[in-house]
Design a protein around this ligand. Structure first.
Ligand code: KIV
Ligand code: ZN
Length: 518
């Protein structure tokens, strides 16, 4: 693993005192994940995700809450018939009807639950502690009698009195439960308290403890890992952290943390994580935030000059693990913080060789365009670079644009005024045209002393969208019949056209002196 993971050695120091192994991954994307506000999966979608979760290698799939609808039951039944390696689990309240519907689906495991916290006892269930315990035991016994595995949860366990929680656990243990899950239903515990609670529960009972954390304070993953540190053996999690309210612990983050930080041997095919994240995002309609750990678009993307330089020398400088491990690639993004190395590397990858000075000019162009709010794609970069091939170097330019103003609109003659610096002398000129571009180019032509004509004008959008960069090619000719092509790339059509025309004018002057044509 040393060649694909590079994390802090301090982790090893604390791991020496822990015994973390054989952690099972229980995926509840199809159940708690589907409880994400606004999300509902079709039968086919559930089947597709179950298949992918199985290929990923999770130990258990909570396929749904069978009693909630006919369609839900049918989906779970179909998933049970798929012959997947993962154990298929169905959720049921602690009552015979819910359990019967789950059993009817042929699930491998029934997950029964009942709320136990004082809040839920008083305001939701209106039941005494004893009544709740009796219901829980009855449910576990009933499901066990039907030959399936049984997992039991005290809903809102982290706000339940410790002694009562232990009594509940002992009671379901005596009823034959296989796993006891501890839900942090409203995400209200902190990692240190979770360590304390799970230690208490694990030492009290000889049944594997599972953990189910919600992310109301953004601590679902931290709390799940804290539970594992204290002896929990199964983690409930969801792809992309989907789930009620702020969601559940994200599977990708849990699995990669276990593997990379805790050194746990994980039997999942982690290279499938990015694909399954995308699949679930597409099906659920819940977009993955770009800066989401492990699977976010930016998780292995680098823009700032210092980072790109580091990553290009040794990826571990700014990557804790090789992105291939999670089915991703490192990406170098060009933008406001881009430096020479990033642009040089990108252009080299596309087989474009430019001088260091040209690349530095491109870096400046990129910063200007990015500050204007436009995202720069690789196609944009290639087009910008193409404009530098054969470009007149800045210090050799005889004609430079100092100012340009254009007036255009409805019922107004497009008019442009420009100030050019020609060999150190400022000259002003105005002209009109058929449109803003025509007026601007006519203004330029009216200032330069030589007579030039526009031979060809080409405008292309590089990528789609109204904010796409445009590429303008302007071919101009002088009286001697010498022709020159100027190219420019930018976010604004008129100014890009003006820059391309200035480039063509400078080339014409250069070629004229050399007595050549382009
Ligand atoms: O969050 C929760 O308490 C649950 C239970 C049904 C386990 O999802
Ligand atoms: Zn939950």
């Amino acid at each position: 693993m040393e060649d694909v993971i590079c994390v802090s050695d301090y982790n090893k120091k604390v791991l020496e005192t822990m015994n973390i192994e054989g952690i099972k991954i229980f995926d509840t994307t199809l159940r708690d994940g589907e409880q994400t506000p606004g999300v509902a999966f079709s039968i086919e979608e559930k089947i597709k995700m179950a298949e992918s979760l199985d290929l990923l290698g999770v130990d258990a799939i909570e396929a749904g809450f069978p009693v909630t609808s006919v369609g839900e039951k049918e989906a779970i039944k179909k998933i049970c018939d798929m012959g997947l390696k993962a154990k298929i689990c169905g959720l049921a309240r602690s009552n015979k009807k819910d359990i019967d519907v789950a059993l009817d689906c042929n699930v491998d495991r029934v997950h029964t639950f009942i709320a136990t916290s004082p809040l839920h006892r008083e305001f939701k269930l209106k039941m005494s502690k004893e009544e709740i315990m009796a219901r829980a035991v009855e449910g576990v016994e009933y499901a066990k009698d039907h030959g399936v595995e049984v997992e039991f949860s005290c809903e809102d366990a982290t706000r339940t009195e410790l002694e009562y929680l232990k009594e509940m656990h002992r009671a379901v243990r005596d009823a034959g439960v296989d796993y006891i899950n501890v839900p942090d239903t409203v995400g209200t515990i902190m990692p240190k308290a979770m360590r304390y609670l799970i230690k208490e529960l694990v030492s009290d009972i000889n049944v594997p403890i599972s953990i189910h954390c919600h992310n109301d304070f953004g601590l679902a993953v931290a709390n799940s890992l804290a539970a594992v540190e204290s002896g929990a053996k199964q983690i409930h999690c969801t792809i992309n952290g989907l789930g009620e309210r702020a969601g559940n612990a994200s599977l990708e983050e849990i699995v990669m943390s276990l593997m990379a930080l805790y050194g746990v041997r994980v039997s999942l095919d982690t290279t499938r994580l990015t694909y399954i994240s995308k699949l679930v995002s597409r099906i659920s309609g819940v977009v993955v935030q770009p800066n989401k750990a492990i699977v976010g678009e930016n998780a292995f993307a680098h823009e700032s000059g210092i980072h790109v330089h580091g990553v290009l020398s040794k990826a571990f400088c700014y990557e804790p693990l090789t992105p291939k491990l999670v089915g991703k690639e490192s990406e170098i993004v060009v933008g406001k913080h881009t430096g020479l190395h990033a642009v040089e590397k990108k252009l080299k990858d596309y087989g474009i060789g430019l001088t260091k000075d040209q690349i530095l000019e491109i870096v400046e162009d990129i910063k200007l365009i990015r500050e204007g709010g436009k995202k720069i794609t690789d196609e944009d970069l290639i087009a910008i670079a193409a404009g530098y091939v054969g470009k007149v170097p800045d210090e050799e330019k005889e004609v430079k644009l100092e100012e340009m103003s254009i007036i255009s609109g409805l019922r107004i003659t497009p008019t442009a005024t420009a100030i050019l610096n020609i060999n150190g002398t400022k000259k002003v000129g105005s002209n009109i045209g058929n449109g803003a571009v025509d007026a601007a180019l006519n203004a330029l032509k009216s200032i330069v002393p030589e007579k030039i004509t526009l031979e060809e004008y080409r405008l292309e959008a590089i990528t789609g969208g109204s904010d796409a960069l445009c590429q303008v090619s302007v071919k101009m000719a002088n009286e001697a019949g010498i022709k020159a092509l100027g190219k420019s790339v930018g976010p604004d059509i008129v100014m890009t056209s003006v820059n391309a025309a200035i480039e063509a004018i400078n080339k014409l002057r250069k070629l004229n002196k050399e007595g050549k044509t382009q």
